[in-house]
Every structure is written in structure tokens, then in C-alpha cells.
Design a protein around this ligand. Structure first.
Ligand code: GLU
Length: 550
């Protein structure tokens, strides 16, 4: 038996399966030409944040645009940093945002697909099998350095201004013999398995990144760790083994991994795997005192996806907005295809921003107003109630007291061909609808300065006499116009514009007076509809209040 084989048996003798076994178990996928197999591989070391949601969306639309597969894989190799409920939060979050998962963890507890298990902690034997192969080929070896020794080497390197890491002369266990390894193991010394890198820092590797284009990086010469002392792989090794066996065609991930690509390419080659296409996505940025910086979990509330739920953004709004960040072509497409599902959008990774798109809250609000405007009143009220129940229970009580009334409130200017685009998120709904609910309505009698109080009083008194809730919009305005001549206001706008000096104001001015008397605001949706919903009694009460308090 060769020395390498002996070493492999010494270290991983319990592994009896071969790489061929796994190649057969996880065969190439039978997909049409061009279909991309993509994934997100979250580590449950935190909760769903905007970056992960964005990455999931970019992967999802890549699969959608090519008739491919989007799967999830849980990278739980760092048990120390794992947070409880992390997996649930991430997977449920994706589902809530409408990111459909084809394979892998389709719910927090259910794995689906032929390439299972999709959780790294359940794949230890697979990694060990491929590590064994590398040891047998003399491409990996055990390293018995302690953490203290490694720190000391690093400090020495830093002092002498030498590139840090386990490479060249610092790779002290590179040529360890089986006998030496055996003796140390007998002493109970823990060890890791390292790659015996054949690379040199002098050499360059060329990568044709699917987003960044041609990138040139130094070749890897570091004997980095493949398996930790507990037999669990590092990210690098697990990535190569998993993305190969799960037949990933495109690795679309955050660009913090770009500098690790030489390690990954080397691993794929040494393992005899065809590397996937690497696509490195720039992070979402924020403008901070004029400078662009990465959105930060610590500083920016928007970084946590829960923020959007609390504010009351519809999941679809957030996704539509992220689509505009993913592709500058999406907005035009959306304008031309207002009602099409986003899955029909032809997404092109190559056109993604290389430097990182800015997160823009105003744009999110605009996108969201468009999304809410596509909903009918039934849906709006349903979603609003759902939100309020969780985040504003007092408002929930108020709006569910008479649900038919609430529906009528939110139907105004909505169930029509050109709905108003005035709600971006549900936490705006209380202020938006305040004058419909006695708890929130406070009269505000700030009438236009250019109209004298006597005219206002006279108009409101006249109007109160003739108002009928049965009026159509035309009849309603007709009644205002009819009062105009007696008060020397112009009933006709054109006539008013041509002859302003001859009048005190126009019918439009008087409708503003009425709007303020009834709602306390200058700007509202259709006033005739508002008055119908409020009912005659309430309208007259408010008008009389205005007459007495002006
Ligand atoms: N677990 C890695 C992370 O969360 C995944 C990176 C990748 O997509 O390969 O950053």
C-alpha cells in the first residue's frame, strides 16, 4: 500500500464509500439546454436579512428565466455561531416573500429532491469521502498545529511583513509521514486536514465572472483547511463538493467570496470537477453622509427583513423593488407589462450592477404605491387587517368594528380603472383614513385665506340644506355650482379664469371649503364618495360644527 493510501486509511479508515458511489447517487440532471441550476446556501447564523432575500431573488429569477431549478442548502457547519430559529426564519421568510423553492429545504422541516441531504451537517461522510480521495492522491494531509502555534506564526509573519497564512515554509506539516502522524494521533493530538496546494502566488488565475466579467487573481498557494478537527468541512471544501454533487451550474453569491475564487477553482480541479460559472453580486449599498457604503445589519433597520413587515410593506412591493435593483430594465418591462407575473421577465445577470445598487426608500415607496394600487379594496382591507392585528392592535379593533364600513372607506378611488396611488405601506393607513373614524378624527378648520368667513358660513349653510347622499358625482358638484351665483362665486372654471376680478372665487374653491369642513383636509380622495361613506348625519354634523366654530 502506498504511503498516501496508508495515510488516508489512518485518518479516514471508517469511510468505505468511494467518490464514484456519490457520482452515481447524484447523477447529472436531466434538464433542457441552457437551464440553470442555482441555489442559495444560507448559514443559520442570523435571521433573514435583505442581502439574503436579494440573493435568493436573483437566483430565483435566473432559474425562472432559463427554465432551471432553484434550491436551498443549509450551511450549518459553524455550530457555535448558529442562532435558534435561524433556519425557520430564513426559509419561512423566503416563502412569505413569494420566492418559490423547487428543491432542498422547501419548508423549515421538509427537504425535497434527489440530491438530499441539503443540510451540510448531515453530509459529513460525503465530504470525508472526497477528503480521503485527496489524501490518497497526496493532495491533502493532516496538520497538527495548535491554535496558539498558528497565532504565533501569524504574528511573526505580520512582524516581518510577510503574507500571513499557512503556505510555503510555514506549512510545517506538509510532508508529515504516516509514522509521524500515527504517533501524534496516539498521543491524542487533534488535527485538521489541509489541502496540499500545488499553486504559486506568482501565477495568475483568470475568471470570467458572470457579473463582474474578466477578473484576474493570484493563484492560491495556501494549504487551507478542508476538514476541521471534528471532521466537519470548511466553507471552501463543502462548497466545492456540494455544488458539484448537487449539479449547480451557476454559483450566484455575494462578492465577498470573489477573492476566494482561486481556492475554489483549485479545489474543483484537484477533485476532478468541472467548476460552475461564478457570478458575484455586489451588495446593496446605502448613502451615508454623501458616501456609498454597504448596507449594515448594525446601522440600518432596512437590513433586517422584519423591518418591512413591521412598516407594513406588502411582500410583493419589497420584491418588486428588489427587482428594480437586480435589473435596470425591470421598470420599463413592468410599465409595459403591468399585470404579468415577474417570472416572465427575462433576467440577464450580465447587466447587474458591478459596484452595488443603492437602496432608495423613496423609490421603494413609489414602487409600493403602484403595487397597492393594483389591489382591490377587498384585498387591501384583508392585508391591512392582517398587518394591524400584529403591529397595531388598537387600530385593528377600530377597523374591524364594522368591516363593511372599512371596506367602503378603502374602496374610494380604488375599485376603478385609475386607482389613486397613495398608500405605500399599511402603517400609513391610519393617517390616510383618520377622518373616517371618530377615534382619530379631529376637525381642522383652516379654510383658504382668500375666502371670507361670511361666504364660507353662507355656503356651508346653503349646502347643508340641499345635500343628499344619493347624489351622483355630477349632481353633487351641481349643487355646489348652483349655490355659486348667490355668493358671487363663478360656477364655471373657464369663466372664472377669464374674469377673476369679477368673482370672490370659484366652485372649486367652495368644494375645498366643503372638503375641509367634512374631513379637516385640503387633499383627499373623491369627496362625494367620502361623504356617502360617512353618511348624511355625520356630514351635516361636521358642517354645522364648522359653521359654529369658524
Ligand atoms: N454560506 C455562505 C454564506 O452564507 C454561502 C455563500 C454561497 O452562496 O456560496 O455566505
Amino acid at each position: 500500500m502506498s504511503q498516501n493510501k496508508k495515510m488516508a486509511e489512518l485518518l479516514l479508515g471508517h469511510i468505505t464509500k468511494t467518490p464514484e458511489y456519490y457520482e452515481e447517487l447524484y447523477p447529472a440532471r436531466n434538464l433542457p439546454e441552457g437551464a440553470r441550476v442555482v441555489r442559495i446556501a444560507p448559514s443559520p447564523t442570523g435571521y433573514l436579512h435583505l442581502g439574503t432575500l436579494f440573493m435568493a431573488l436573483v437566483n430565483r429569477i435566473t432559474a425562472d428565466s432559463t427554465g432551471g431549478i432553484f434550491y436551498t442548502r443549509i450551511e450549518d457547519t459553524d455550530k457555535k455561531r448558529e442562532v435558534e430559529g435561524g433556519i425557520d426564519d430564513i426559509i419561512n421568510g423566503l416563502i412569505r416573500f413569494g420566492i418559490n423553492i423547487d428543491e432542498g429545504f422547501v419548508t423549515p422541516t421538509e427537504q425535497k429532491g434527489d440530491y438530499a441531504p441539503y443540510k451540510q451537517s448531515e453530509r459529513a461522510e460525503i465530504y470525508q469521502c472526497f477528503a480521503k480521495k485527496l489524501i490518497e492522491e497526496g493532495l491533502a494531509y493532516p496538520c497538527f498545529c495548535t491554535a496558539e502555534e498558528l497565532v504565533a506564526v501569524r504574528e511573526e509573519q505580520e512582524k516581518n511583513k510577510i503574507r500571513t497564512g499557512y503556505h510555503g515554509e510555514f506549512a510545517v506539516h506538509r510532508d508529515i509521514t504516516v509514522e509521524e502522524a500515527e504517533a501524534l494521533i496516539k498521543e491524542g493530538k487533534p488535527y485538521v486536514i489541509r489541502l496540499k496546494s500545488p499553486g504559486s502566488e506568482e501565477n495568475r488565475v483568470f475568471v470570467d465572472d458572470g457579473i463582474k466579467g474578466k477578473v484576474e487573481l493570484p493563484e492560491n498557494d495556501e494549504d487551507f483547511v478542508l476538514l476541521k478537527s471534528d471532521g466537519i468541512p470548511t466553507y471552501h471544501f463543502a462548497h466545492a463538493v456540494d455544488d458539484h454533487l448537487m449539479r449547480t451550474t451557476h454559483v450566484i453569491r455575494g462578492d465577498e467570496w470573489l477573492s476566494s475564487v482561486p481556492k475554489h477553482i483549485q479545489l474543483f480541479k484537484l477533485l476532478g470537477f468541472k467548476p460552475p460559472k461564478f457570478c458575484h453580486v455586489a451588495p446593496i449599498m446605502k448613502l451615508d453622509s454623501g458616501a456609498k457604503r454597504k448596507i449594515s445589519k448594525r446601522k440600518d433597520p432596512e437590513a433586517a427583513v422584519h423591518y418591512f413587515a413591521e412598516e407594513g410593506y406588502d411582500a410583493k412591493s419589497v420584491i418588486e423593488y428588489l427587482m428594480t435593483i437586480a435589473s435596470s430594465e425591470f421598470e420599463d418591462w413592468r410599465r409595459a407589462n403591468a399585470t404579468e407575473p415577474r417570472q416572465k421577465f427575462k433576467f440577464n445577470l450580465k447587466k447587474m450592477s458591478v459596484s452595488g445598487a443603492l437602496f432608495d426608500g423613496d423609490k421603494l415607496n413609489d414602487v409600493s404605491k403602484n403595487v397597492v394600487a393594483t389591489m382591490n379594496s377587498e384585498t387591501v382591507v384583508e392585508k391591512l387587517c392582517e398587518w394591524a392585528k400584529e403591529f397595531d392592535p388598537e387600530f385593528y379593533e377600530v377597523i374591524t368594528r364594522d368591516i363593511a364600513y372599512t371596506k367602503a372607506v378603502f374602496a374610494i378611488d380604488r375599485d376603478c380603472p385609475k386607482p389613486r396611488k397613495d398608500i405605500a405601506k399599511w402603517n400609513e393607513a391610519k393617517a390616510y383614513s383618520a377622518y373616517f373614524f371618530e377615534e382619530y378624527y379631529t376637525p381642522c378648520l383652516e379654510f383658504p385665506e382668500n375666502i371670507d368667513k361670511d361666504s364660507i358660513k353662507a355656503f356651508l349653510s346653503e349646502y347643508a340644506k340641499v345635500y343628499s347622499v344619493e347624489d351622483t358625482k355630477e349632481e353633487w358638484f351641481g349643487r355646489i355650482k348652483a349655490i355659486c351665483p348667490s355668493l358671487n362665486f363663478a360656477a364655471d372654471t373657464k369663466e372664472y379664469k377669464a374674469n377673476k376680478e369679477a368673482y370672490k372665487g370659484s366652485a372649486g374653491d367652495l368644494s375645498t371649503v366643503l372638503r375641509i369642513a367634512v374631513t379637516g383636509r385640503r387633499n383627499t380622495p373623491d369627496l362625494c364618495s367620502i361623504m356617502q361613506v360617512l353618511g348624511r348625519e355625520e356630514c351635516i354634523r361636521r358642517i354645522n360644527y364648522a359653521i359654529s366654530n369658524i
